[in-house]
Structure formats: structure tokens, C-alpha cells
Design a protein around this ligand. Sequence first.
Ligand code: PLP
Length: 256
Amino acid sequence: MVRRRISPTARIKTVLAVGGIDPSGHAGLFADVRVFTDLGIRWKVAATAITAQSKTKFYSWTAVPIPTFKAQLQAAGTKIFGVKIGMLATPRHLAVLLDWLKQTGPRWIVWDPVLSASTGPTLFRGSPRHPKFLELLARCDVFTPNLPEVEAVLNRKIAGQSGIEKAAQELLKLGKKPMRLLVLKGGHANDRKYSTDLVYSPRGYAELRAARRPGNPRGTGCTYAAALLSALCLGRNGLEAARFAKDYVLKHLFAK
Ligand code: PLP
């Protein structure tokens, strides 16, 4: 009898990370692929920008030429299960990515809306109110902003619990209907004791709370979104994936 062999790698999903290159390895595409590799997910990347930075100092960045970015997306092929989006550099890169997403239709689009580096400089040369930015918001499945990013997208300051709740409802209205997962990350909130992420999904609402740990590591947003997409690839549901990603960041980026 001939047995059909199932390749041990047959079920491994491939993801595409779109973002900038941080040569220090703390954030951006290198941080993403470190997570994917650690969790056994196959990956490809498409770079929007090359930055020059160390752990603490940002020197400069330059956008990858549009034809090169387009070619990288083409080269990634169509068998992409999920896309993790970070630094988008310019509205033109965003528009090219949107076209590619429409053509290929990956199962999951996870967007960490990187607008500036924690060391200061702007990493998106455009407005978060740009029509293409809002179009991507309406297309993504998972949106993982921190508080400053929410304020930039909604173009106003957010204060207090009721302000955050109102902002979440507004983002959900701007987003895909229904958005599969909206995570408002609590790392920038005022609470000194806990960092609480607010997770909205069609299944309901949850608060993921963790005691704050010392340190201010770089690349937390990138690592979080990459871990979340990895968990989705491994079959977890949205809330489980959000919980997994939070634990992953705590375990790998913060001292115990
Ligand atoms: N992506 C890239 C390419 C970056 O260079 C940075 C920051 O410098 C980020 C993302 C955001 O990372 P962080 O949260 O450490 O500022």
C-alpha cells in the first residue's frame, strides 16, 4: 500500500512583513522576522524604508524607491496567509500596498500603524487622515494602535476612560465592518501600575492587563503585532492571539 505522505511543513503558513529596516535590529522588519522565526512561521518581507539608528539614537531614513517596493511585493507571490504592516514611509507606498492587498486578498491583515519612532522622528511622511490611510484602516482585519497613534488618526487628544471608549467606537466605525480585532495598547496610558490593552472583536470586549515591568525597550509594537499574526497563523482566535502577543512581548522584551 502506498501511503500518502504529508510534508511536515505543509501546514506552515507564510506571512509577509511590510515595514522599515532598522539596522540595530530592535524594531522594524528584523524584529518581525525574529518573532516569526522563533514561532516557526515562514516569512517574506517588503521594505518601505531604510533607517539608520542605534538603540537610542535615530540618524536618518530614506524611502525605498516605489518601483523597488512594487517589485518586492510582486516577488512575495500570492500564497501569503497574513500580512503584518509597520512603517509605511509615504502615502505612495501605502497606495501600492493597497493595490497589492486587493489583488492578493490575504486572510489576515494586521496593521501596527507606526507613525514615529520612540526616539523621535516621523516615520510616515503624510497625514494619518490621508484617504489611503483611511482606506487601509477600512481593509485591515487587526489594528493595533497605541494611544498617541489613536490621537493622530482621530486628530484629537484623548483623555480618560470615556475618551478612550469613544475613540475605540470611532475607530471601529472607520474600520472594516466588522473589524476582526481592534487592540488599543495601553503602554502609553497614565496607569503606573498596570498596562492594560483594550481588545474589541465581534465576539465582545476584553481587557488584558499586566503589571508594568521596568524598562522601555524598543520595538514593542513590531514584536506585538508579529506575535499576534503568528498566533493567528497557528490557529488561535483573535482574543487568544492578543493575549499571546502581550505575553510574548513581556517575556522577550522586558526583564523579569
Ligand atoms: N519600524 C521601524 C523601521 C522603526 O525604525 C521603528 C522605530 O525606530 C519602529 C518601527 C517603531 O519602533 P519603536 O516602537 O521602537 O519606536
